[in-house]
Design a protein around this ligand. Sequence first.
Ligand code: HEC
Ligand code: HEC
Length: 352
Amino acid sequence: MNRFLAWLKKIFHKQISTNPIYLDKALNRFLLPTVFIVPLITLYLNFPGDPEIPFNPRTNYTYFNEPISPIPKNLFINTNKAEIGELLFNSNLLSTDEKFSCNTCHTLETGGTIRNYSENSLNPVTVFNAGIFYRSMDVSQENYSSSILVNDIIHFPKEMGDINSNLNNLIKDNKIYNKIKLIYGTNPSIEIINDSLLEFIISLYTPNSKFDKFLRGDKNSLSTGEKEGYLLFKELGCISCHQGVNLGGNLYQTVGITDDYFKDKGEPGDLDQGLYLKTKKEEDKYKFKVPSLRNIAVTYPYLHDGRYKSLKEVVIMMSKYQLGKQISEDDTEKIVSFLNTLTGEYKGQLLK
Ligand code: HEC
Ligand code: HEC
């Protein structure tokens, strides 16, 4: 051992020493502890430590090594604007005949979507976490990510009528009208409506799911079955489409890649046309936005046509038509148990 230390001192002297006495001290105080203790700590921290599940060298379960990152615990929110956005979100005044609000289709109490939607309309996707891409993750500032396109997420569906002519309705609600005057200093305009609605949508983020606690280093936050479900999710390739902080929400993909989903389902209807409805481009037929899987346990029914009520059915469908794999009962259950860990908190309460 002593010979080894002497040798270490010798090479460090050779390489960087100009003042051997000073270096000798430095070596004892800093270099030696670094040489021995740091590797030991690193080894300890990386030790799998979970005897139930075989150690997978590709996933040593630290946040930095995982392809998904947790939802930030805090995002900067301009509360004045978000309050106006919240009032607008819940107000029927923005729609013709005052029949619809955003909350009619994106009911916050039921996961930001609806559970009994009409057969003839698209199944609304949840508004929870739909806005987090739009705010840069720097929690101290009200800055938008550079790719911001408000029209990508703030929409006024045909059920609401012509938004521009409905703007005048807002004068009927003193609270909204006065607050807009106070904060923006002018009368309501479409830009103000978009801006405040967007701020409210950004405020609908849901941190602290069991899965996020796990990503932050709490290895016991997931059971063995849930961890195995997560491994399967990565190994089967679900993650190639359901990716990033929201496990989806950032790309369009064809439904029915490895098998003809719409043929098996029966004659495709209008709503099955997907992105084509908006772009009228032939190659966009049957393409849909890959939905975020955050809070998936509470946002049933699933898919654009609300066809399935249980996650089990969707996992089997996805494996068959998106990945061309037949999945065992056991693996399906593990993936479902993993998906159930993605429910987060809004205002400190787990979504229901
Ligand atoms: C008639 C039902 C309905 C109403 C009313 C409605 N939406 Fe939607 N919303 C949908 C549907 C369906 C989708 C998903 C399909 C699509 O994008 O067309 C959606 C998607 C969204 C998304 C998610 C976008 C994404 O890609 O992640 C946001 C955000 C949203 N709506 C906000 C709003 C706001 C704000 C209002 C009120 C101004 C509103 N919605 C009113 C049905 C509705
Ligand atoms: C090739 C891309 C792709 C792959 C791979 C993929 N998905 Fe999907 N997933 C989608 C698209 C697109 C949709 C939306 C389909 C629709 O609305 O009809 C979707 C929808 C879902 C939904 C329903 C979401 C909702 O809110 O309705 C779940 C759950 C889901 N996928 C889980 C999985 C799982 C689990 C796997 C792996 C076994 C997987 N997906 C693999 C593209 C993919």
